[in-house]
Design a binder for this molecule. Sequence first.
Ligand SMILES: *[C@@H]1O[C@H](CO)[C@@H](O)[C@H](O)[C@H]1NC(C)=O
Ligand SMILES: *[C@@H]1O[C@H](CO)[C@@H](O)[C@H](O)[C@H]1NC(C)=O
Length: 407
Amino acid sequence: MNRTWFWVFSLLVGLVLFFIFFAFYSCTSTVCFGVLEKPDYVNGQLVKHSFSSVDLYRDRNLDLEGNDVIVYLHIQKTGGATFGRHLVHNLDVDPPCSCVPGVKKCLCLTKNKRVWLVSRHSVGWICGLHADWTELTGCVDPWFKKVDDRGRKHRRYHYITMLRDPVKRFFSEWQHVSRGATWAGARLHCNGRSATLEEVPFCFSGEDWTGATFSEFVSCKSNLAFNRMTRMLSNLTKVNCYNRTGLDEDQVSKILVESAKENLLSFAFFGILEEQSKTQFLFEHTLGIKFINNLEQKEQTHVARLLMTQEMVDIAVRTNKQDIELYQFAKDLFNQRVADVEKRTGYTVQEYFDYYRDPQREEEQEEDGDVEDDSGMQHGQGEERRLSHYPGEAQPEAKRLSRQPKS
Ligand SMILES: *[C@@H]1O[C@H](CO)[C@@H](O)[C@H](O)[C@H]1NC(C)=O
Ligand SMILES: *[C@@H]1O[C@H](CO)[C@@H](O)[C@H](O)[C@H]1NC(C)=O
């Protein structure tokens, strides 16, 4: 009898050990027993950076009547359009932006008739379609000097942006492009000129890239979807803009990521699409401006409904290494900033919304009802519609010329 138990016990121990070893060998960073797991960077489980209080503390209490101006750097497919609309429709500022139903742009002026917000939904794409850091830093101040001359002598620019899980963002951009978006009108301005078509050829011939398959999408070398967040946040003059002749790829990549991190650190604020409550919490405590209605987390994105194979995920991870590194950095910074505000204020994010922020106002959440959106965030469950184009996207042919193709 004893001997039988001994063998049963041994067998069990053996099985458990086998299982552990099997798991050890079969689990890559994203797959375990054939089940797709979220990579570590997605959940913030992996903490790779710890920031000093200088980097965490951002208490800017903006004085919009004074010299403060918000500059919103809008990266494609980061939930940025939704957030951009919140900035014009949903901020508790006095006076509020003046918006006309059906018109995309609102008039956002202070009491002294000064522009306080640079964004697509207020002043439009004054620095070009989806202008990046390099374009904005070279263009915003000259624009104000021209337009705002009655007003302030100096302005303090507070850059803000939204980031998103780079793999989801990449898939989302592919979906958006295959539905007909091109952003061909982007100027890609750097060092005093736009990128040429030799430097950044379009991935499609003809009008757009409708119906592009995933493998077509990832085989185009000049596809700006790769590591888009890093490129748009870095100082591109450090790598000779879009001309990479004679430059070492790895070196360029390293410089871009470092530059993007450095610039992000200098931003007044950035939010994370996957973290709407914390984003709002941090925004309100950093800039000293509240939203009227709370930001909502939308789980049903196009991407959430998209079937991604492991192979597709692997490709996206492999081709977006810079963005993954940047996002890891950003998420650590973001979470530590949230924790820092919690520590300083003495309440948690949850307690803030439950008790401290505005106890009376819970019931009044209104639905935006706004379905026009390019973030892939807000459409219903039904069929996917072809999305409306941005201004400037409508005539890719005409816009090609604006990128100064070599003659
Ligand atoms: C971008 O980098 C270049 C080269 O390092 C530097 O001269 C320039 O001042 C930077 N641009 C901004 C806006 O900081
Ligand atoms: C790109 O850079 C290389 C090396 O710096 C230079 O020789 C070439 O003329 C540049 N091309 C363009 C289009 O500016």
